[in-house]
Design a protein around this ligand. Sequence first.
Ligand code: G3I
Length: 377
Amino acid sequence: MTKIELLIVICLALFLFGAVCNVVKIDKLALKDVFEKHFLIGAALNDDIVSGKDPQAAEIVEKQFNTVTAENVMKWEKIHPKLNKYDFDASDRFVDFGLKNKMFIIGHTLIWQSQIPGWAFVDSSKKLLSRDAMLARMRDHIFTIVGRYKGKVKGWDVVNEALNDEGEFGKTKWLETIGKDFVAKAFEYAHEADPKAELYYNDFSLDKPAKRDAAVRLVKDLQAKGLRIDGVGIQGHWGMDYPIREDLDAFIDSIGALGVKVMVTEMDIDILPVASNYMGADINIKVDLQKKLNPYVDGLPDEVQKKLTDRYSELFAQLLAHKGKVSRVTLWGVYDKTSWLNNWPVRGRTSYPLLFDRNYQPKAAFYAIIKAAEKTK
Ligand code: G3I
């Protein structure tokens, strides 16, 4: 072998060694380690993940995350389907999964106007319950569930989506039967049921000024009543151009100033065309409209992938810049294939909102948010 050939062989060997090291290094990257000094990082889990039907997703969760939220199994219609019947099979599996992996377990959600059966608000003759009867039913629901997982579920989304965009309480059966203090009552009961559990208010669009101010008033009101509230979660179903930077900053600052935790509780980024923009347009050319609304069935073009990656990077950099104020970021799902955004607001689309792709592989956005953390000292 000539000297030049020897040199080529050595270079090749070094190159291969470097590549192998790099693969091993990438394989070792775990979000929970990368973000350890900044905030908890987690995902919402469906039952397939915790029941063993989706072991590849479970493997990602075990490796990457230190907090988990129940995506659906603790909602009223699932956990309390009939008046005197609770069904804990799936929620027990979820909690056991979190305990086994020593994760910070979030219960989602105790009081919400969606995914709750109609019987919950009426008596046996289908008449709307009185305030006292509704309070008793709410207390039973909260005590039964929070009591069962006392000391195991560390934080509860006590009330979900009670406010509207105008900053008022939305018109719900909770408001109608109990009155505005249904929120305070829910927090009171949850605290009685597990005095050590953290208690949160959770909602979307809290970056919008009117809604943000209403959340601030809500927290202050609970605090003035001497009730426990530990944090506010902004859901984080975000897009390419919302929330705007200033609004998200203002939300984090104003909730942080109240001395409670600020959390991003249901993060995903929707890159698909905004369906409402197409309302009324091309409506008679159905196939064409479907293509417009669902353009990436065969994969994301590079330039779109890059836009998504940059958006993830930008949003994480912004959250990280609020040093210590954001206590948790939870992704709303583990990988693209099972995201709720494949079926909302249009059914059957191919959506790309999360950090892992349809084949369980980390996306460019995964590496981009790690870089964002590395840049934040
Ligand atoms: O499990 C049934 C299945 O048996 C049935 O065949 C199928 C037919 O449609 O429905 C399945 O249930 C669906 C369930 O998700 C599980 O996939 C429900 O129809 C569907 O409504 C439900 O959607 C959930 C939605 O909340 C409503 O509860 C989404 O998965 C869940 O991601 C979403 O999460 C909410 C948060 O709780 C609150 N914030 C907004 C967020 C997104 O909407």
